[in-house]
Design a protein around this ligand. Structure first.
Ligand SMILES: CC(=O)N[C@H]1[C@@H](OP(=O)(O)OP(=O)(O)OC[C@H]2O[C@@H](n3ccc(=O)[nH]c3=O)[C@H](O)[C@@H]2O)O[C@H](CO)[C@@H](O)[C@@H]1O
Length: 367
């Protein structure tokens, strides 16, 4: 198939798109692929690194308040639709897929006006503005949480398929990557991170809890987020930087490769992280970001916690003690781990990419 994929801004929108492309390549289903993103978004780094053909359009998000800047944003939106149409006419895709982030609004809308089959993928329990807008026009709306069904009035278009990144994560078996971070491959390990960009409140709590983590019987990987790394390192006493059971890193380039080596994940409840964690049946502690639209991370986190697969700590309640004690209560109790792990597996969708691909081929065959 000839396919255009567009999604951008944060890793949570980009990685599912990349996982879909990877799976299509594995199944030898791609005649030609093009990723459309923005120069400024994280996608310009992630996509080009994987040697996927990449084109950019200029577009930015609307401000929530009524401001003059929104007039500019609107102008940019219309001109980005024009540019998207040009890209689509040249590439001649069989299908166009949007995975969220404002860049996909122009690309998918342009494809719709050119009568190309279109699909959006919504990763969250609560749909983003872009996907809510696009839901009116696209042929299929693919969701990753059953709870997202209420978000779209166009019920007949909705298909539940999970998140493609789940399948990518599930395909990787334990491969002792912990040694790359100077950790012991045989010791139970917890990973703590704040989403694809890192999160200052989580970083603060981890820094304050380092004396406890250094004494623990388990190991801890602390991923700060690239932009926070230097600032975090400056605040940490050398003895914790040298501690043999602690590894501190700015970012993990290939998260699915590390996940099978872990016993517990602590972090934000971004939808793509949740898909990866549950595909592997890992227990989690979520500290939802309160700064996202409609508090959707809390809804994401609760949907996993209701099933017994995760605990949730509100960011406003987060302290070093609370963080460490919650981590220790799971890391030091194999029965709790096993129970949470089973519950996590039950909600994972390890064949999510194939489910999404079935939607694409169904549409292409019909058109
Ligand atoms: C602040 C914000 O707007 N967050 C949103 C964003 O989150 P964000 O981009 O942080 O989201 P997710 O948790 O969904 O995904 C993070 C992705 O980055 C990867 N990763 C992370 C850290 C690292 O060091 N290495 C690495 O590879 C994870 O494995 C995962 O694939 O998009 C998600 C949609 O999917 C939403 O649910 C989140 O609410």
């Amino acid at each position: 198939m000839r396919i255009i994929v567009s999604g951008g801004g944060t890793g949570g929108h980009i990685y599912p798109a990349m996982a879909l492309i990877k799976r299509l390549q594995e199944r030898d289903m791609i005649e030609s692929v093009l990723y459309v993103g923005t120069e400024k978004g994280l996608e310009s780094k992630i996509v080009t690194r994987e040697n996927i053909p990449f084109k950019t359009i200029k577009i930015s998000g609307f401000k929530r308040k009524l401001t003059l800047q929104n007039v500019k944003v609107l102008q940019m939106f219309f001109s980005s639709i024009g540019k998207s149409k040009k890209i689509i006419r040249e590439f001649k895709p069989d299908v166009v897929v949007g995975t969220g982030g404002y860049v996909s609004s122009a690309v998918v809308y342009a494809a719709h006006t050119l009568k190309i089959p279109t699909v959006i993928h919504e990763q969250n329990t609560i749909a983003g503005i872009t996907n809510k807008f696009l839901g009116h026009f696209v042929n299929k709306i693919v969701i990753a949480f059953k709870q997202a069904e209420d978000q779209f009035p166009e019920k007949q278009k909705i298909v539940f398929a999970g998140n493609p990144r789940a399948q990518e994560a599930a395909a990787i078996k334990k491969n002792d990557r912990l040694k790359d971070f100077k950790l012991d491959a045989n010791k139970p390990t917890v990973l703590i991170f704040g989403g694809s960009r890192g999160a200052t409140p989580i970083n603060k709590a981890v820094i304050a809890a380092l004396p406890d983590f250094a004494k623990a019987d388990f190991q801890m990987m602390f991923v700060t987020g690239r932009v926070h790394y230097d600032g975090v390192i400056k605040q940490i006493d050398d003895k914790y930087l040298q501690a043999r059971n602690i590894a501190i890193l700015p970012y993990i380039d290939n998260m699915p490769e590390i996940l099978p080596d872990l016993k517990l994940i602590v972090g934000r409840s971004g939808a793509t992280s949740i898909a990866e964690i549950t595909a592997l049946g890992l227990p989690a502690i979520f500290i939802p970001s309160p700064y996202v639209t409609h508090d959707h991370q809390t809804v994401n986190a609760n949907s996993v916690a209701e099933n017994g697969a995760a605990k949730v700590i509100a960011e406003s309640d987060l302290t070093a003690d609370k963080l460490f004690n919650n981590v220790a209560s799971i890391m030091n109790d194999q029965q709790v781990q096993a129970k949470m792990s089973q519950a996590s597996k039950e909600i994972g969708v390890p064949d999510a990419s194939d489910k999404l691909i079935a939607v694409l081929t169904g549409l292409i065959n019909k058109s």
